[in-house]
Design a protein around this ligand. Structure first.
Ligand code: FAD
Ligand code: NAP
Length: 529
């Protein structure tokens, strides 16, 4: 059984950087990746229109300054092929692929308390032992297939946005159904509508969505950014959102109606998350949020011709931004096309999938293809789908049955030498994720070095420190209006999943300071042996 210093699971942004750091230190590390190649999110999510909504100039690694200078992103928010090309380039130039075994899913991990070693098993029959197990398995990597009766009976083509065929899909001449209206649907619907003969969109909950305002990369913006790259990266690292974006400085409730209208015209013009970055009270004062929502609804109504359809597309059940905000390119205008039909599942719920299409409570929709844009078992799904067993036979999935518990989002009591990159309880999905990934990878690397220097073979989160951390997470989330939404942030998209707010809400800067303070205090809150 090969003995390793570390096993890294996943070859997306997280796993690749983790491997790079471990190899730089001369450690013997093995990676496993379920996909055929590197890329993670950007390997799997190849649906038409898939792109980032973090600015491309900052949605990339910061540890390769020469590449930062040389790389050209063609658009403000680049499409999936461009992001994948970048990740592949990093893997090739840093020679990372040879440390990963691809098409290999880690299925089991057992901790041996006497030897302080993990034994890791895969679906290909591998068995390796390693001192450290680093789960870089992604927050949005476990696709969610909805529990709809008859799903397997459909005789046409079935797709999930998070598992899109690499050869692409041609919808020309077809009748197509899309189920879901989250970010993936909002990006893919305008593209699918252009090809398909007929498109039915099945909407259960309307999502808040603002224009992305994507455009070709502005050469002057690129030049200015690159000229000041290192400072910008440093700023992002120590910012709330992990990005070089406006920090909180405007209080909505201080503005008159006219002032607010002008202010929102300005940020809607910038697009995407710029419509929420500057506002101090958008997530803490429902009245402020309601005013922004009213503006957003007016905006949508101005883009959709049919007032009834426009009304259905206006999200009303949750404050704006408390489900992840969607950024669109001509999404609402798509409903002005004759071949596009919105089906309101609140009025007419789906009863079943049939051989030839979808049956709702009032009619049957015959289609050639169904696209499930139904999201992910977010933040915990990829972790709990591995049979991870720690001390005294504890099983991670069972320990987390009532919601994930951990310390700093990085370590779990009862599971020594296990690190979770962008684990629940860390800022991850509420930030530019590459910044949060780098912060975690660097913290883990520093911790492993510190342990190695002392000849320590074991680190484990204290139960008491973990309890305090979980309490702090909950208190922080409850001071915001995020928990008001039935979002995947709170596990509400997966039937039976515990309702616990999963990400850390106080921003990357504060979080980084807290993690650094723990490290500087000799990893206070962890038991070291
Ligand atoms: P992932 O990229 O998810 O990689 C995890 C890898 O682990 C996957 O390849 C998976 O196959 C593998 N894996 C999981 N379990 C196992 C196992 N048991 N065995 C072997 N392999 C396993 N974030 C932003 O900050 N900005 C954006 O604009 C943005 N856009 C996004 C758009 C889409 C369509 C999606 C789905 C997500 C987006 N995100 C965005 C979030 C995105 O997931 C992160 O930014 C980032 O790519 C995550 O990298 P990662 O390496 O942590 O995880
Ligand atoms: P999502 O936001 O979870 O949306 C899933 C959609 O499917 C929702 O509209 C949901 O409706 C619907 N749905 C789920 N089960 C259903 C059922 N049984 N019947 C009918 N409808 C059902 O998933 P996503 O769109 O894939 O996005 C997930 C996350 O990935 C995003 O929030 C974002 O973080 C990331 N992402 C980012 C981008 C980007 O722009 N950069 C693009 C894509 C994804 P309900 O709301 O009613 O549950």
């Amino acid at each position: 059984m090969p003995h390793l210093d570390a096993v890294v699971v996943g070859a997306g942004f997280s796993g690749l950087y983790m491997m790079h750091r471990l190899r730089q230190r001369g450690l013997n590390a093995q990676g496993f990746e379920a996909g055929k190649d590197v890329g993670g999110t950007w390997y799997w999510n190849r649906y038409p229109g898939a792109r980032c909504d973090s600015e491309s100039l900052s949605y990339s690694y910061s540890f390769l300054p020469e590449l930062d200078q040389a790389w050209h992103w063609p658009e403000r928010y680049s499409e999936q092929p461009e992001i994948l090309k970048y990740i592949e380039h990093v893997a090739t130039t840093q020679d990372l692929r040879r440390h990963f075994r691809f098409q290999t899913r880690v299925t089991t991990a057992d901790f041996d308390e006497t030897a302080d070693l993990w034994t890791i098993g895969t679906d290909q029959g591998d068995q390796v032992t390693a001192r450290f197990l680093i789960m870089a398995t992604g927050c949005l990597s476990q696709p969610n297939w909805p529990a709809i009766e008859g799903l397997a009976d459909f005789k046409g083509e079935t797709f999930h946005t998070g598992l899109w065929p690499h050869e692409g899909v041609d919808f020309a001449g077809k009748q197509v159904a899309v189920i879901g209206t989250g970010s993936s649907a909002i990006q893919s619907i305008p593209r699918i509508a252009k090809q398909a003969d007929v498109l039915f969109v099945f909407q259960r909950t309307a999502n808040h969505c603002v224009p992305a305002q994507n455009h070709a990369m502005d050469p002057e913006a690129e030049r200015a950014y690159k000229a000041d790259y290192m400072a910008k990266r440093e700023q992002a690292r120590h910012s709330f959102a992990g990005d070089v974006v406006p920090e909180l400085y405007i209080t909505i409730m201080d503005l008159s109606d006219d002032e607010l209208e002008r202010e929102l015209d300005r940020t809607w013009g910038q697009g995407g998350f710029y419509t929420q970055y500057p506002y101090t009270d958008i997530f803490t004062d429902k009245r402020a949020n309601d005013r922004v929502m009213a503006y957003s609804h007016r905006h949508i109504r101005s883009r959709v011709n049919d007032p009834g359809v426009a009304d259905l597309l206006c999200a009303k059940d949750h404050p704006i931004g408390t489900k992840r905000l969607c950024a669109d390119t001509l999404y609402f205008e798509t409903y002005n096309e004759d071949n596009v039909h919105l089906v309101d599942l609140n009025d007419t719920p789906i009863r079943a999938i049939r051989e030839d299409g979808i049956a709702t409570s009032d009619r049957a929709y015959e289609v050639d293809a169904i696209v499930y844009a139904t999201g992910f078992n977010a933040m915990t799904g990829a972790l709990t789908s591995v049979d991870i067993r720690g001390c005294d036979g504890r099983v991670l999935k069972e320990v987390w049955n009532d919601g994930p518990v951990n310390y700093l989002g990085l370590g779990v009591h009862g599971f020594p030498n296990l690190f979770t990159v962008t684990g629940p309880g860390s800022p991850s999905v509420l930030t530019n994720m590459v910044s949060s990934i780098e912060q975690h990878v660097e913290w883990v690397d520093r911790c492993m070095t510190w342990l190695g220097d002392r000849g320590a073979t074991r680190i484990e989160a204290d139960q008491e420190a973990q309890g305090r951390w979980v309490g702090y997470l909950n208190d922080s989330a409850n001071a915001t209006i995020f928990p008001l939404a039935n979002s995947w942030y709170i596990g509400a998209n997966i039937p039976g999943k515990a309702r616990v707010f999963l990400p850390y809400v106080n921003g990357l800067k504060t979080y980084r300071d807290e993690c650094d303070a723990v490290a500087e205090d000799g990893y206070a809150g962890f038991a070291i042996a």
